[in-house]
Write a protein that binds this ligand. Sequence first.
Ligand code: F0G
Length: 457
Amino acid sequence: ELPFSESYKIKMVEPIRKSSKEERQRWIKEAGYNLFNLKSEQVFIDLLTDSGTGAMSDRQWASMMMGDESYAGATSYYNLKHAVKNILGFEYMLPTHQGRAAENVLFSALISEGDVIPGNTHFDTTKGHIEFRKATAIDCTINEAFDTTAQHPFKGNVDLNKLESVYLKYPKERIPATIVTVTCNSAGGQPVSMENLREVYELSKKYGIRVIFDSARFAENAYFIKTREPGYASKTIKQIVAEMFTHADGMTMSSKKDGIVNMGGFIALKEEALFKKAAQFNIIYEGYITYGGMSGRDMNALAQGLDEGTEFDYLETRIKQVAYLGQKLKGFGVPVQEPFGGHAIFVDAKRFLPHLPKEQFVAQTLAVELYKEAGARAVEIGALLADRDPITRKNRYPKLELLRLAIPRRVYTNNHMDVIAAALKNVYHRRSEIKTGYKIIDEAPILRHFTVQLTPY
Ligand code: F0G
């Protein structure tokens, strides 16, 4: 058999620049040991996020030339609306400028003070938009998700007992929705099984609760269903995607991930009444309902991206590259979360640097070391990101301290993956020399990780 290779070839390239260790020591200090503060020219391989960092196809660029910039009723809007209807199955759609904007608009129509919103681990902007409205996100993810060594094919699954106990504890008027994130980013890009999606929906209908999917990586979730869940191997990704969304009343989307565009988002709904309510907020916050923060050309590129992003060959290339990096790291003994996630490899920083106390931001310390080693930028998914408790203002220490290596779509080759793996191997070999972490010298009251300033402990 021939070896596996990419399902595309490269038509346009963008130079990237290496730097010296001395330069990087200086730059990271100037950045307050916060990798968000680095200039992109100071980064060689950028694995900060897979969001908005993908490479568009020739067909997407071609569709941009056909963008219709009419304020109202643009053909580009209808192209996007049809893609959402045909691929995802939703009748009603509102474009927004990105995923958190979709959350802002939908939650304005849905969530009030004192509400509770259960789900698998909510993404930080989702949680931020819930807590900003003085409501509470309740994490009902299965326990296996919090053990990076536990083997489970669908670690993003919702624990039905935990979910039902929320439904029993609170009146249904206080639970405007359950949010299921597919794949579950904060749990390590872990998928949710079709069986679990169906059971969550059935249980929620029994209690009269609406189900919303946070759908940023819905296509990667479908790939895992196809390759891991009995009964789905011979189904196409598009058939699986369509079935997934039969178990949702609505969705929010960050199109910057599985839509393979650099900017954009949307809300899609089955209920007309909720659509009408949300449309009012869309007009106030985003723009008129037929563009909502997106230009016509961008809606065209997204319509095309949704089609390409739900093709098996593309997804196989994508997810096998992520697994390639995971296997390499595992081979070097670097502790990584297993099974590997869809969009990223998550390094278990607590197992990597077991001697560092949690107060010194273990995963952030590792992020700084990786940058110094190779000019590679990853992101902390740990105590910095977890923010303080909104009521007690105490630091929240999540069960997992992870360093996320998020792989942009169609951007880097496996040679780049080799560099990342070798760099982490080097850091791993000198891990006992990393004696201290970092402390905060300045932070914002919410979503602090973006702007935080740190200093060595
Ligand atoms: N939901 C999930 C699951 C996400 O991963 C993100 C963004 C959002 C919502 C918000 O979307 O950025 O378009 O406003 N995740 C990015 C990341 C930022 O790096 O994981 P957005």
